[in-house]
Design a protein around this ligand. Structure first.
Ligand SMILES: [Zn+2]
Length: 185
């Protein structure tokens, strides 16, 4: 176990380059569109609390032809392919999607997003043992995030983004909701 000291136990850091961040942001939140979009990141584990983006995969919209952008439909058939790719690369899988209609400071996952993630995350952790699964939702101003590192549906914490020396904090609003869902179990 490494001890980073200043990173709280329930927080991970995802490091990426300015170029990677720009690519993701430009794809997910487009100035002239309110359509939700998704991106997937393959990230190497630096230590227990730090991931480093290895490559960014921005899916072609045609890959989802006929699919709605709601969480569960988006995953249909695609998840297995992404897990296989992460397995071959030896990386963790990170998914990101956008709420371009959200211009608030209170960006968070929808109830549908959380239901989908609570089902998906334990599966991904099981298929990619020893690696966390992280998810991000980006609004126009802020983002929120969750990560799982066990095969429980309840997330373990949130993920900050580090770009060079700049640290971007999630709103953290979804964690309470997600945990609340399973608080009595
Ligand atoms: Zn969503």
């Amino acid at each position: 176990m490494s001890d980073i000291g200043w990173v709280p136990k329930n927080m991970m850091i995802l490091k990426m380059t300015p170029g990677e961040y720009a690519e993701i942001a430009k794809h997910l939140v487009q100035a002239d569109s309110d359509e939700e979009r998704a991106a997937f990141l393959f990230a190497r584990q630096i230590d227990n609390q730090t991931l480093q983006v290895d490559r960014v995969r921005v899916p072609d919209r045609s890959a989802y032809e006929g699919a709605s952008w709601e969480y569960l439909e988006l995953r249909d058939g695609l998840l297995g392919e992404l897990i296989r790719e992460a397995h071959i690369l030896g990386t963790a899988l990170v998914e990101a999607h956008s709420h371009p209609f959200d211009g608030s400071e209170a960006t968070q996952f929808s109830a549908i997003d959380i239901d989908g993630l609570e089902e998906t995350a334990p599966h991904v952790v099981w298929r990619l043992p020893g690696r966390p699964f992280a998810a991000f939702v980006f609004g126009r101003k802020r983002f929120d995030s969750l990560y799982w590192n066990s095969r429980s549906s309840a997330p373990n914490g949130v993920v900050q983004i580090q770009i060079g020396s700049e640290l971007l904090a999630p709103t953290g609003l979804s964690l309470g909701h997600a945990k609340g869902t399973h608080g009595s179990i």
